[in-house]
Design a protein around this ligand. Structure first.
Ligand SMILES: Cc1cc2nc3c(=O)[nH]c(=O)nc-3n(C[C@H](O)[C@H](O)[C@H](O)COP(=O)(O)OP(=O)(O)OC[C@H]3O[C@@H](n4cnc5c(N)ncnc54)[C@H](O)[C@@H]3O)c2cc1C
Length: 458
């Protein structure tokens, strides 16, 4: 019987998995392979929160395969070498995998294709597995990618998505292909205590719960910090335990303003991927430079540390940064607020903030993280690059009762209502009760003036 290898990457699922379905066609045997890629670790991406979540995903994928008569093969090392070795051991003539957007993914694909072809094997790369609409599928007349979201979204919305595939019923794995032991969450040190559970089973439960009780109100509630009323599907989309094609189909099927607003957010994910695919340098260099002379790690050391620890003296910023430390996840409005505070109010290089996020975020993703940071810093695709979010105004608008701050900042738990957003205004006994909470590290008007000077807008 002929054999295929399926290389799992950011698509750790059995439902709606085109490479797996293609590999199984004609009743072939399949080696489901995951390589713990040494290049990913060397580049600093293998951080505790994502490693722990990944361990959950691999175990769950293995158990899903076992229910179907197969199992997962895990190897460590250079991804190209390991795929070639596995293909040779199994005498496989085909390898299937998903397309991805980063420069690293493109280089991996090229190397793998060359190495496999030298051995007489074929590589098949499948689109629309890690994205709903892949990079390059829609382009403007005059460029290789869209630099503005609204016209991108118009074309994205007009694309016909492929149909959703069911999970295979049976997966036959040839005997004699050895696997390393699966990693486990318990063996990863330094994981955030409130980290979510990974794996396709958890992802599908979350998706079902979200469609049942969250989606309809999304448009009205997505910015409510305390309400926590967004889908929290981002880690599942990042690791591919959910298919973006399926998520969009199901949301459209549900219909209504909540679903429309939600689908628009999922399109942002594809938008950033097509920017990164066309401009790989945007992962580290300004997409549209404003010639900033940012405060560096050395000159702003104390401010950066206060921001990282959630001790800036601005309660909503601090609540968000502490949520990130505790859960490895943060609400989108909180990401906007904390990133604007660092890059604009403190005028610190956006790369320093992006690196901290990537060290902790369970959904930490090169395209989404770096390009959202650039969007906020005004060096990316925001059409209003010099807007500055005021952390107090934002807090009053999106946490009107202060419940989000009280949840994450215990020093302020005794302060009732919106007064919690400006503890420096408290007097007498009220002030004494919040003594343990730091004073603001920057005056907002000074921060704004510094930013305007830096951007020649004073
Ligand atoms: C500074 C900054 C850094 C960010 N870093 C990341 C990151 O590393 N990984 C990541 O997945 N998202 C990132 N985001 C985008 C967004 O904040 C998260 O996707 C969202 O908060 C995840 O929560 P959710 O799943 O409940 O989102 P929902 O509001 O339920 O949205 C549904 C899905 O749409 C996608 N999405 C939503 N907003 C955005 C957006 N602005 N850009 C791209 N995709 C979006 C996500 O895949 C999300 O799961 C960042 C945003 C900012 C401002």
């Amino acid at each position: 019987m002929s054999v295929s290898v399926v290389l799992f990457t950011a698509d750790l699922r059995l439902y709606d998995h085109p490479p797996l379905r293609a590999a199984l066609e004609g009743r072939r045997q399949v080696v489901p392979l995951f390589v713990r890629d040494q290049a990913v670790a060397a580049a600093g991406f293998a951080v505790p929160n994502r490693l722990a979540f990944l361990a959950d995903c691999l175990r769950d994928l293995d158990s899903g395969l076992r229910e179907r008569g197969g199992h997962l093969v895990v190897r460590s090392g250079d991804v190209v070498e390991e795929v070639c070795k596995t293909a040779a051991e199994a005498d496989a003539d085909e390898v299937h995998m998903s397309a991805d957007a980063s420069a690293y993914a493109h280089a991996r694909e090229r190397r793998l294709r060359r190495a496999l072809e030298a051995e007489g094997r074929r590589l098949y790369v499948h689109d629309a597995v890690t994205t709903a609409v892949g990079p390059g599928t829609v382009t403007p007349a005059s460029s290789d990618h869209f630099a503005v979201f609204t016209p991108y979204f118009r074309q994205w919305s007009g694309q016909r998505l492929r149909d959703v595939l069911t999970a295979p019923r049976v997966v036959r794995v040839p005997s004699g292909v050895g696997s390393e032991e699966l990693p486990s969450r318990a063996s990863v040190p330094g994981v955030s205590p409130g980290l979510a559970e990974g794996g396709e089973r958890a992802a599908r439960e979350r998706l079902t719960a979200w469609f049942r009780s969250g989606l309809a109100a999304y448009q009205d509630r997505h910015d409510d910090l305390a309400g926590d009323a967004t889908s929290r599907l981002s880690p599942h989309l990042h690791f591919g335990t959910l298919s973006p094609v399926e998520v969009v189909h199901r949301a459209r099927g549900a219909g209504g303003p909540g679903a429309e607003a939600f689908v628009r957010q999922v399109a942002w994910r594809d938008f950033h991927r097509q920017v990164l695919a066309a401009r790989p340098a945007a992962a580290h260099a300004d997409y549209r430079t404003k010639h900033d002379r940012w405060r560096s790690e050395r000159t702003a050391r104390d401010d950066i540390e206060a921001w990282r620890q959630g001790r800036t003296g601005y309660p909503a910023v601090d609540a968000a940064m502490r949520q990130l430390l505790h859960e490895g996840w943060m609400h989108n409005r909180a990401r906007l607020l904390t990133a604007s505070f660092l890059a604009k109010t403190l005028y610190v290089d956006w790369r320093i903030g992006a690196r901290h996020f990537l060290e902790l975020l369970v959904d930490g993703d090169l395209a989404n993280n770096q390009l959202n940071w650039q969007w906020v810093a005004g060096t990316g695709t925001d059409t209003r690059p010099n807007r500055v979010l005021n952390p107090v105004t934002q807090a009053r608008r999106h946490d009107p009762d202060g419940a989000y701050v009280r949840r994450w900042v215990p020093e302020l738990r005794e302060v009732a209502g919106a007064a919690v957003h400006e503890p420096w205004k408290l007097r007498g006994a009220d002030r004494e009760r919040v003594e343990a909470y730091p004073d603001p590290i920057v005056d907002l008007a000074d921060g704004l003036a510094r930013f305007k000077r830096a951007r020649n807008r004073a």
